[in-house]
Design a protein around this ligand. Structure first.
Ligand SMILES: Nc1ncnc2c1ncn2[C@@H]1O[C@H](COP(=O)(O)OP(=O)(O)OP(=O)(O)O)[C@@H](O)[C@H]1O
Length: 553
């Protein structure tokens, strides 16, 4: 439950003023409803009694009927204002939470980020945050409004009728509805959780099916995956059905509570009238107020039916939210200029162990690359070449040792300066966008077309781009309509366009035929004549191109 309170606190803090106003209006809606029915009952009974007594002519019908009209209108207006304020404030708070969550996800350490599954993260950001709206709209605000209305009704009924009648009505409602709501929350917890899990499974399996469709067809697993999607959907429907049934049962029990409470209030009112403690009209007021109190807990019923979904969503969201993102961001140290007389990249006595791995992948590793040098890192697969590049790019931190970029400790470089000076092309990169231009523009905010064409020429892609209709021609999303080699070269061109001083390339010509590989390697140097180049390599063409080889053993 602490997660739900924490999320409610976040929602409340972000939109405090609007939520206070909305809650006041929610109380006004319920109070006006109870007063409306109570006054109507009193009015009809009092008018009837006056008629029976033969003094109907003297009975003032105008004031009570004006009161009824006022309360009806006030209730409608308050309901409108309450919906507007609370929904608007909650949705704004959730937008805020979603942005903070995104910031939290993006701020995760590189290794954790690499382990996140796209579909799952998408679910967190969309479905989980959506589930949180019920915490304020269907739990806290209606619960506060109902409690306030019970207290107010007790005081007003005591004042206008009799203490015994007031105690009975409010106590029976508090106890009755409290028990029904507890029952609903307890029984709906499991199916509501299962429904949410099934929904997440449905989405993830469907996204996996769409993404891996070709592999699933090749391995004959498409029917299995389709069946898995269908099974998740069936589970979702079954559990949603269970939640709905529970909610209906809770509705029935609430109706029974109202009937018993109002029935006994009628009997008690009659007894009090017989003892001449109150008038019949006052007894009617009590009875009708009791009937109206049933309205107070309807929204909470729906909220409690969804409690399991909200609890799980709140727990997951809280885990990913940055702990204290309200704290001011520490000022970045001033950017320091490179020292030209030093090595472009120097790594000394580096040790690194991947999280969860038993042994360090590299231990006591050292390397020095002079400015403008082309160095190839070689070694058998799994020796740690990509790990060295990720360390040099500052994506992971060494457990021991020091990394200097142009003589400055890498960990002291401000992020923006590091990214401006060092670019890393991993083995697998993602192309974002739907045209060559869009895909290249990820690396450079103000991309110049001439520069883009020059980079494409450097990676031997000019004719491909021209053949596909030019830089701005529409392509399948994320480069899906390009060959594997074309996709890699496009990612390489994107890296070149950042004009880094140090370019780290992980097997840049993998998948290319030898003549194209040689052409691309020459193009890299032509495009960046002064840059320092460190590449992880398995190919002879790359080793021949390099000025020096560093063999990892
Ligand atoms: N995130 C990770 N968690 C645990 N182990 C990892 C992780 N990333 C890499 N490894 C392991 O670290 C070792 C070095 O991996 P790395 O990718 O650096 O090797 P590599 O020399 O570049 O290999 P290749 O030539 O096949 O690309 C491998 O055994 C790999 O399984």
């Amino acid at each position: 439950m602490s997660h739900i309170f924490h999320v409610m606190l976040l929602i409340w803090r972000a939109q405090r003023a609007a939520l206070i106003r909305g809650t006041v209006l929610a109380v006004a809606v319920l109070v006006a409803g109870v007063a409306l029915l109570g006054l109507s009952g009193w009015f009809i009974t009092a008018a009837g009694a006056a008629g029976l007594a033969g003094i109907g002519i003297a009975f003032n019908v105008f004031q009570p009927s004006a009161g009824v009209r006022f309360l009806a209108l006030a209730r409608t207006a308050a309901r409108y204002g309450e919906r507007l304020l609370t929904h608007d404030a909650t949705l704004k708070s959730l937008t805020d939470i979603r942005v903070r969550l995104l910031r939290g996800v993006l701020g995760l350490p590189f290794q954790r980020l690499a382990r996140l599954r796209g579909a799952e993260t998408m679910n967190r950001l969309v479905a989980d945050v959506d589930a949180l709206d019920g915490i304020s709209l269907r739990l806290f605000i209606p619960a506060i409004a109902a409690a306030t209305t019970y207290l107010g009704s007790f005081l007003v009924l005591w004042w206008l009728t009799d203490l015994v009648l007031a105690v009975w009505i409010v106590a029976s409602f508090t106890l009755g509805t409290g028990l029904v709501l507890l029952w609903t929350g307890r029984h709906a917890l499991a199916p509501s959780r299962r429904a949410e899990k099934a929904l997440q499974a449905f989405r993830i399996r469907l996204i996996d099916l769409l993404r891996a469709r070709d592999d699933l067809v090749v391995y004959g697993r498409l029917p299995d995956q389709t069946a898995a999607v269908g099974a998740a959907e069936t589970r979702l429907r079954e559990n949603l059905g269970a939640v709905d049934r529970l909610e209906r049962r809770a509705g029935l029990m609430l109706a029974l509570t109202t009937t018993i409470s109002a029935g006994i209030a009628l009997w008690l009112g009659g007894a009090l009238v017989a003892r001449e403690s109150i008038s019949p009209a006052q007894a009617a007021l009590g009875f009708f107020a009791a009937l109206a109190l049933s309205e107070t807990v309807q929204p909470v019923r729906r909220g409690l039916a969804d409690l399991g979904r909200m609890l799980d969503a709140a727990r997951r969201v809280r885990r990913l939210l940055p702990e204290n993102d309200a704290a001011p961001v520490a000022a970045s140290p001033a950017a320091s200029p490179p020292r030209p007389e030093t090595a472009a990249l120097e790594m000394s006595n580096i040790a690194y162990r991947h999280p969860g791995a038993e042994n360090p992948v590299i231990e006591g590793f050292a390397l020095s690359v002079a400015p403008g040098e082309k160095v190839a890192l070689t070694g058998v697969s799994g020796r740690g070449k990509s790990t060295v590049l990720a360390l040099a790019a500052g994506l992971i931190q060494p457990d021991r040792g020091q990394i200097l970029v142009s003589g400055r400790p890498l960990r002291d470089l401000p992020e923006s300066q590091l990214r401006a000076e060092v670019t890393y092309l991993p083995q697998r990169s993602m192309l974002l966008g739907t045209s060559f231009f869009d895909m290249l523009a990820l690396g450079t905010t103000e991309l110049d077309e001439r520069d883009a064409l020059a980079a494409l020429e450097a990676v031997a892609l000019s004719s491909t781009v021209a053949g596909r209709g030019g830089l701005h021609a529409k392509l399948s999303e994320n480069g899906a309509g390009l060959s594997g080699g074309e996709q890699r070269r496009l990612a390489l061109a994107r890296a070149l366009l950042r004009h880094p001083q140090l370019l780290l390339l992980d097997e840049p010509t993998e998948g290319l035929d030898r003549p194209t590989a040689i052409r691309v390697l020459a193009g890299i140097r032509d495009f960046l004549p002064r840059a320092t180049l460190l590449i992880a390599s398995h190919r002879k063409a790359e080793r021949d191109w390099a000025d020096r080889l560093i063999r990892m053993v």
